[in-house]
Design a protein. Structure first.
Length: 651
């Protein structure tokens, strides 16, 4: 299914389909592959030069741009170098011939300081003291709303740079935020008017940076309908200024480098910041064709120095046409952020393709207590020893996932040993689906349940095509917990001579599941009532990281929940009030009930007035509960008996 931008009535709707999203991700990864080698071309320990070999020293702003690019993509891991670089750049107060303590240099220094905080660096009091003094310089630059370098007027570029750094460092005060907010909205309206009037002083870059500024400093709840309209118009105006070759007309001069000449905005530095503005992400999905044009333009301006090294220049100074480190770093940062936007597009397109509503984002949990409170515990037998399902699942599945989940949003993948697939098996009604949802909720990820009906949407003849379409999307998706539910018939023993449909899906699912497991960007779970019937190839070690039997909640877990049924009944207190002494036999019977069966018991118990009535109620429900009913018409074995023999599969 395509993604569409809702344009104004009468205007053509922009459509981006899955194939286009897939191609964006492939292109971005192809370009990003050479990032480290390309930036190393400019390396000058502990930082980077502006031009290779031109000056026997590092460039402050260029080094910071390279740091931001490498940290964002998870490719800066050199802690000793980071320590040395921080000491070096925080000792400086100017760059490129600019005046001492100018906001441009200071902002880039602090941006690098913040980015390198993601590394395991020990606290350094000298760096903290230097950074604190630099915060004051940037705060002073925003006193009137817009930041500038004299004698040039305030610029959107410089103001956005200063604001984003102070915001990252939690140093943007309410007074400064208000000053920037007033300036940004007023200046944005002025820049839109200049473009509308086709003025010689129009500047599309200013519109983009002002849009980012106004959006970031204005709380979403306080953005008026008129301002929302201005946001939409600003984004449309900016992309309408894009040239046929995918670039934009040169910006107005920002300030003057005594050593180089006028400073201008660079498309890919600006686009990187635009793509990082989460508040605009949904709107930007509608402009993917424009962003693709910008990405394609890179092939026309690249310097291919040698295999594996691709470099770019800003083109701002014709007298210095050599490739530059900061522009190269900006290009790689842009392609990374474009991949991030395309990944979000894939997630949305996947839900649209499966005709499911897009889940509302949730806040990730912060510890075992947050995960444990969303479901009741049950007993898990590992090597014949009873274990808490909650504890085992937390230690051996959820926590390892949660530790690495933030990296998935940044384009990283799970480690090879991180468990990311599971089979949840057990009798019907043991909340296997709800448990899968709880894992997604704790991770702050979308939950997607897929059942065989999706494969049959176009009839039996379309099964293979439908399966290929779904799994192709899953291979590109990330940040999702996928539950394959009710797929029992699709993974039966191939040797039993079942239907061709089942045999085909068994054969087809194995390599597809292996493929998405290898890509390591999402979690997938199969829920089944019949683990014993599963194809041995599915159950084999290495196919799934965890295979866990999900049983009814324990007696203790049920008693700990104090609000059962519509009346929010405390079952323990109710039994006590009826004079019911909870014996070992009653504990076992209550423990055998599934969650829904116990809820039914609590609902009916609330109306009982005698101990005898409670005993009779429990006896009736227990004798007819899931664990004590036959598995099927053809199998007289009870679920309790089957579960006892199947516990050996737990791992």
């Amino acid at each position: 299914m395509p993604l569409a931008r809702g344009d104004k009535e009468g205007e053509k709707t922009t459509v981006v389909d899955f194939q286009k999203l897939e191609s964006i991700r492939i292109l971005a990864k192809q370009i990003s592959h050479d990032q480290e080698a390309s930036l190393n071309y400019f390396s000058y320990y502990p930082g980077y030069q502006h031009f290779r070999g031109k000056k026997k020293d590092i460039s402050v702003s260029s080094s910071a741009t390279c740091v931001l690019s490498l940290v964002a993509t998870g490719k800066w891991k050199d802690v000793p170098r980071a320590k040395t670089l921080l000491k070096r750049i925080t000792s400086k107060h100017k760059s490129a011939g600019l005046k001492n303590n100018n906001p441009f240099t200071i902002a880039w220094i602090l941006d690098a300081v913040e980015s390198l905080k993601s590394l395991p660096l020990s606290p350094d009091s000298i760096i903290r003291m230097r950074a604190a003094k630099m915060d004051v310089v940037l705060q002073e630059a925003l006193k009137r709303g817009g930041a500038s370098i004299t004698p040039y007027p305030p610029s959107a570029y410089l103001t956005q740079l200063v604001v984003r750094v102070l915001e990252r460092r939690s140093k943007l005060t309410a007074r400064l935020r208000n000053a920037v907010q007033n300036w940004a909205w007023a200046e944005l309206a002025r820049q839109l008017a200049l473009i509308q009037a086709k003025s010689k002083t129009q500047d599309a870059f200013a519109v983009a940076y002002l849009l980012m500024l106004a959006t970031v400093v204005t709380p979403g709840a306080k953005i008026s309908p008129e301002q929302t309209s201005i946001q939409h118009t600003s984004l449309e105006t900016f992309f309408n200024c894009q040239l046929q070759d995918g670039t934009w007309p040169l910006s107005r001069p920002l300030f003057h480098y005594p050593n180089f000449g006028n400073a201008y905005c660079y498309e890919y530095e600006m686009l990187t910041q635009l793509l990082q503005c989460r508040e605009l992400q949904v709107l930007l999905l509608g402009y993917l064709p424009n962003l693709i044009r910008a990405a394609n333009a890179l092939s026309q301006s690249v310097y291919r120095i040698e295999p594996g090294i691709q470099l770019w220049t800003s083109g701002h100074h014709p007298n210095q046409p050599e490739p530059e480190s900061w522009t190269t770093a900006s290009v790689y940062h842009f392609t990374h952020m474009l991949d991030r936007l395309a990944a979000e597009g894939v997630r949305r397109e996947l839900f649209t393709f499966l005709e499911r509503p897009l889940p509302t984002p949730t806040t990730p949990g912060k510890g075992k207590a947050d995960f444990g409170k969303v479901f009741l515990d049950s007993t898990l037998r590992i090597d014949k020893k009873p274990r808490s399902l909650k504890n085992f699942l937390w230690e051996n599945f959820v926590k390892p996932l949660a530790d690495e989940a933030p990296g998935i949003a940044k384009g990283q993948i799970f480690g090879k040993r991180t468990p990311r697939s599971a089979i949840f098996f057990g009798p019907p009604g043991t909340s296997k689906t709800e448990l899968s949802e709880a894992i997604a909720e704790y991770l702050g990820w979308s939950f997607l349940a897929i059942d065989p009906s999706f494969l049959l949407r176009n009839g039996m003849d379309g099964i293979q095509a439908e399966a290929n379409s779904i799994f192709r999307r899953l291979e590109q998706a990330e940040g999702i917990v996928v539950l394959f539910d009710e797929f029992d018939e699709l993974v039966r023993e191939r040797a039993t001579g079942g239907e061709a449909f089942s045999r085909f899906l068994t054969t087809a699912m194995l390599p597809k599941l292996a493929s998405i497991h290898k890509r390591a960007t999402l979690v997938f779970i199969i829920a089944t009532n019949n683990i014993g019937d599963f194809d041995l190839a599915i159950r084999r070690r290495g196919r799934f990281d965890r295979v866990l039997q999900i049983m009814p909640p324990t007696f203790e877990a049920k008693m700990a929940k104090k609000d059962w049924g519509p009346t929010k009944l405390n079952v323990g207190e109710k039994l006590k009030s009826l004079g019911v002494k909870v014996s070992a036999e009653i504990e076992q019977q209550l423990g055998d009930l599934t969650f829904n069966e116990f809820e039914d018991f609590a609902t009916r118990l609330s109306k009982e007035a005698s101990a005898q009535g409670a005993f009779s109620l429990l006896s009736d429900l227990w004798s007819g509960c899931t664990l004590h009913t036959p598995v099927s018409k053809d199998d007289t074995q009870t679920w309790a008996e089957r579960c006892k023999t199947e516990a050996i599969h737990n791992r």
